[in-house]
Design a protein around this ligand. Structure first.
Ligand code: LLP
Length: 451
């Protein structure tokens, strides 16, 4: 794995921190040259908590949860927002989602276990996964999980059997691949036909499988689900998916005489990773999806289903940042300027994995313009280990605290212990207070399972 060729034609943008726009957490501000989030000085926080460090703006998180909930409720009474916890899960964010009245999407037994540790009502939990194990299914069903999204006929048989053994009827959704190609990175595109997920609509397969689902004992077909991909900017993809799904609901009602009450359109709303990104707002997303569902239902002459959406990234990405300390500077004239930081692919694998792009700033020089193009290299034994590739930064010096914005989604969640690196702590900041919500791993933690 190597870094992409350096782009020496790139020009420093001369932007200061506050000019980074929608990338910033809501309460970001600059005082005396230092970056503050939630009223907390990021330079001081780095000094007291150590780096690398994940920091979340609690007010921003709450605001996004409430905006999602309220935008959907205002436009569509019978709707719910299901937080896709794969984007970022620890006990505190699960408690927060619970208090804000959200439902929770868990992918498998681990995320479900976390929800149960904080007494998240099981009835508001939705379980996903293309290969949930029988043990995971049994735990979820016996705990009274709200919905299980089934991915295949094999799984239908498993759930039906386990629910029967436990003497319950389990509410399930069928996950459909609606054949809508969302405009995003192929690794995170899921709704197209060649997908390991869900029931394909090719050859009418999904429609024919409905018969099996309706005939299966101990399960109730409560809804249909689709998820067309992630980091989607083009809202029309959601409208297209909604249309396909409503047509399928209507056809099932006509031909099987069975009314499916719920429709889950998945997640996928894109966020601003760079100052030039202009994603749609949560309100626009709510407007597009609710109006598409209403219009299609009217056209098909069916009742409005309960509508669910499953945002992950757009709830947490911009609320989170990562702080690092600059340890090594290395300039290769005509090639690249490396700024080595005390983290890397262990705390943010997205750059190596998807060529993700992030905006960095120096927290102790936040009022200065970004005048250089640098690569923030990680500390791991791998050439492709970088968090930021060829982006503008203020002139770096050893010991500077670098803040990388937009790292709130799929960074902590995908962190590893590569090279024995302990995973960073997670800090929530608000009203001038910082609290540790996940402590930093120790070396003892990292090797604690070894016999
Ligand atoms: N619902 C389902 C069934 C999903 O599979 C996902 C994401 C979501 C909801 C939430 O999607 P979001 O709103 O976050 O786009 N690791 C990749 C992202 C993988 C997304 C997987 N599924 C990344 O770092 O970009």
């Amino acid at each position: 794995m190597a870094l992409p060729a350096s782009d020496l034609t790139k020009k420093a943008d001369g932007r200061t921190t506050m000019e980074l726009g929608a990338v910033l957490p809501r309460t970001a501000e600059v005082k005396d040259g230092h970056l503050f989030i939630g009223g907390v000085d990021m330079v001081e926080l780095a000094q007291t908590q150590g780096t690398a460090l994940y920091v979340y703006d609690e007010e921003d998180l709450l605001n996004r949860m409430r905006t999602y909930r309220d935008s959907f409720h205002a436009l569509y009474e019978n709707s719910d927002v299901v937080y896709a916890s794969k984007a970022f899960l620890n006990k505190e964010v699960a408690r927060m989602a619970c208090r804000e009245g959200l439902c929770l999407d868990v992918s498998g037994g681990g995320e479900f276990a976390c929800s149960q540790m904080v007494d998240f009502p099981a009835g508001r939990v939705f379980m996903h996964g293309n290969n949930k194990t029988p043990a995971e299914l049994r735990e979820a069903i016996s705990a009274g999980i709200g919905r299980i999204i089934i991915d295949s006929r094999i799984e239908l048989g498993r759930i039906s059997q386990i629910a029967g053994e436990l003497g319950v009827t389990q509410d399930i959704y069928m996950r459909i691949t609606p054949g809508v190609e969302a405009d995003t990175h192929e690794y995170i595109r899921t709704g197209c036909e060649d997908s390991k997920f869900g029931f394909t609509m090719n050859d009418d397969f999904a429609f024919r499988c409905v018969a099996d689902v309706l005939a299966a004992p101990n399960v109730r077909l409560a809804g249909l689900h689709c998820h067309i991909g992630s980091q989607i900017f083009a809202l029309h993809s959601f409208r297209e998916a909604a249309a396909v799904m409503v047509k399928l609901l209507a056809r099932i009602e006509r031909e099987y005489g069975y009314r499916i009450e719920e429709l889950d359109l998945g997640g996928g709303l894109g966020v601003a990773y760079t100052a030039d990104d202009q994603p749609s707002t949560i309100a626009d997303f709510a407007e597009m999806t609710t109006s598409a569902v209403k219009a299609c239902c009217a056209e098909e002459g069916i009742e409005l289903p309960r509508l669910l959406v499953e945002p992950g990234r757009s709830l947490v990405a911009n609320a989170g940042v990562t702080l690092y300390t600059v340890g090594i500077l290395k300039t290769l004239p005509g090639i690249r300027k490396y700024v080595a930081i005390d983290g890397g692919m262990s705390d943010n694998v997205r750059t190596a994995l998807y060529h993700a792009v992030y905006e960095p700033t120096i927290a102790n020089k936040a009022d200065q313009p970004r005048t250089e193009i640098v690569t923030l290299a990680g500390k791991h034994c791998e050439s492709g280990d970088a968090v930021v590739v060829d982006m503008p930064l203020q002139h770096p010096d050893l010991g500077d605290i670098v803040c990388v914005f937009g790292t709130g989604a799929y960074c902590y969640a995908m962190a590893s212990n590569y090279n024995g690196q302990p995973r960073p702590a997670v800090i929530f900041v608000r009203d001038g207070q910082a609290r540790v919500v996940t402590r930093r791993e120790t070396y003892a933690d990292v090797f604690s399972r070894d016999i």
